[in-house]
Design a protein around this ligand. Sequence first.
Ligand code: KG4
Ligand code: ZN
Length: 346
Amino acid sequence: MSDVYILAIETSCDETSMAIVKNGKKVEALTILTQMDTHASFGGVVPEIASRMHTENITMVLEETLKKTSLTLNDISAFAVTYAPGLLGSLLVGVECAKTLSYVFKKPLIAVNHTMGHIYANNIDTNIFYPTLALVVSGGHTDLLLLKNETDMEVLGSTIDDSIGEVYDKVARVLDMPYPGGPNIDKAALKGSYTYDLPHPMKEDGYDFSFSGLKSYIINLVHNEKQRGNAIRICDLAHSFQVVAVDEVIRKVEYALKTTGMKHFILAGGVSANKYLREQLQILCAKYDVEFLVPNQVYCTDNAAMIGCAAYPLYKAGKFADFSLNAKSSENIKKYIENEFLNKNE
Ligand code: KG4
Ligand code: ZN
């Protein structure tokens, strides 16, 4: 097969991103235009503003991406786009753009699930070795998966309430840190120590995660202390929160490593940029003699390169979307895997 160049589009939240990826592995060009500064003044992403900004910027992002390579749109083998999950109005901008390009240049359209994109960020410049355990930790997801091979996967567990990224952001907000909170908690925690006695989530073994109890406890604690006029030791609370939240992740991953006997582990999603989480997972993997893979920092948070990588196995399998493709704000990753990879819909 000759080289496959996929132009990928990602607009599921507050980044307008496009990339050209060669053979599902090499990033030929990548542009990420973040709206973070605009949303920071509102303390979180405002969906209406996000979709409007995607509409205003998407053509410019396409031009910028093409400028970074000698390729033209005529060289593109297929157009891939994140169609779910995410903010509906934002996703729609990317989906319509991909459909238009696919129609005009008469090349296939590929629909990519955002979570699968995060996983495939681990295939950029390196190789995912199968079978492997994968953990996706982002603003919208906390999923533990078993990837048997490129086209056969199983969801072992997920969060039963909030995602870990959401909890990082909520805790940061109650501590008056700017949006997005995760990186700020990460930084503050480095300067603090474990001095707050916080409740540990579900103690039992299993693959599912829970973070909402921890989140509510911290929000109540901060409100109560403020009402009493007591000062909050922000760095200590950020540190204590992070220790407990990461411990919940570690316990579940350790249980999964023990029960599945996997010798490879991959970390993905925005929260995988977190230093403490990376360190603790690295230590855990070393203990069980497991190979640890995590994307380069730039590919951890939302970007279109990961979408181009995830689209490649679908391209090889001829799994193309038609022009009836619509954006979906939510999609169960388990259902997606069954439909797209295991052909249970056929
Ligand atoms: O994957 P992502 O860019 O978007 C979603 O798909 O949700 O993840 C965004 C999430 C946010 O919750 C953000 O606070 C968190 O990733 N995040 C971090 C760090 N960098 C980003 N959380 C903890 N530590 C970080 N260094
Ligand atoms: Zn994401």
